[in-house]
Design a protein around this ligand. Structure first.
Ligand code: BG6
Length: 301
């Protein structure tokens, strides 16, 4: 498999395929702007590091790289539902594509030396048993000074499909106690730690306990101010009306086998999503693109 991927898609010095953890294939990108890694398992981006910067994405040191398991960290893809299935709790949390093996279809170089990767996935008998629609998904990853990830849903069935989705990005921070998140002032959120009660947010968001929130009707970028790390991450988006903020804090972290007990100190999820009331209706033959753009701002904190 690795040999075939390299024969078809490798770009000397820029993109190569190697056996990653658990023997799973991954694409390794290195260009003048940044380095990045993408597993075909779940089409999960597991690393992004602009030149001269510390890693931007958090990856759990206890992450499992196994068929049937989602990778804990990086940017897992939640689709076609977010969180538990709305009607059937026996179906997998966050949908089923984050644990499927995607096909790698294209690697290319843009004139400005950014690197483009494309991965595809389409419906199978197994997916139709969980979700009764034909579909084609594409994940396009553009690696430059910023990382741009676009998940495009093509509804190839002959009926309308309801789709919730998230680019479930985990960010590395120096100390969660000093993190502030801008961009959510005045927005309503569904508090998943308090029975889905809706609350209005004011000011910057800080994380000083378990936080699990779907901010609805949010189309603007967020700034993650990592004061201790002396940097700001900008998380921009399009085609997305929800922003999910998640940090499990100590008690929940202790219950997650693939999450270190103290891991919550150095991560925060700021997810580009369409969830809850922002679920999308996609007409037969239509497509929808969800884009997340991650950038380290040069400005001081
Ligand atoms: C977040 C959800 O997006 O993902 C949380 O809002 C959930 O409720 C978290 O706990 C992690 O989910 P999972 O399935 O990867 O453990």
């Amino acid at each position: 498999m690795i040999d075939t991927l390299n024969q078809r898609h490798a770009m000397p010095g820029v993109v190569q395929f190697v056996e990653g953890r658990g023997g799973l294939p991954k694409a390794v990108v290195s260009n003048p702007h940044a380095g990045a890694e993408v597993y075909l398992h779940g089409a999960t981006v597991t690393a992004f590091q602009p030149r001269g910067q510390a890693p931007v994405l958090w990856l759990s040191p206890q992450a499992l790289f196994q068929p049937g398991k989602a990778i804990r960290g990086g940017i897992p893809v939640c689709w076609p539902w977010f969180g538990p299935h709305p009607a059937d709790p026996s179906k997998p949390q966050h949908g089923f594509v984050r644990t499927m093996e995607w096909s790698f279809v294209h690697a290319g170089c843009l004139p400005d030396e950014r690197t483009e990767l494309r991965l595809h996935l389409q419906d199978t008998t197994d997916t139709r048993a969980m979700w009764p629609h034909a579909f084609r998904l594409e994940l396009r990853v553009l690696v430059g000074r910023s990382l741009e990830v676009t998940l495009t849903t093509h509804n190839t069935s002959n009926h309308e499909a309801l789709v919730s989705a998230a680019l479930h990005s985990y960010f590395a921070v120096s100390d969660i106690h000093t993190v502030q998140i801008d961009g959510l002032d005045g927005r309503d959120y569904i508090d998943l730690t308090a029975g889905r009660i809706i609350r209005r947010h004011a000011g910057r968001a800080v994380i000083d306990q378990e936080v699990d929130r779907i901010y609805i009707g949010t189309e603007d970028a967020c700034l993650v101010r990592d004061i201790a790390g002396k940097r700001i991450l900008q998380v921009g988006k399009s085609g997305s009306r929800s922003t999910v903020i998640w940090n499990p804090w100590s008690a929940k972290a202790a219950k997650l086998a693939d999450f270190p007990d103290d891991g919550f100190h150095t991560m925060v999820c700021v997810e580009t999503a369409n969830a809850g009331p922002d679920t999308r209706q996609i007409k037969p033959g239509a497509s929808h693109a969800l884009t997340q753009t991650i950038e380290v701002m040069e400005a001081a904190v």
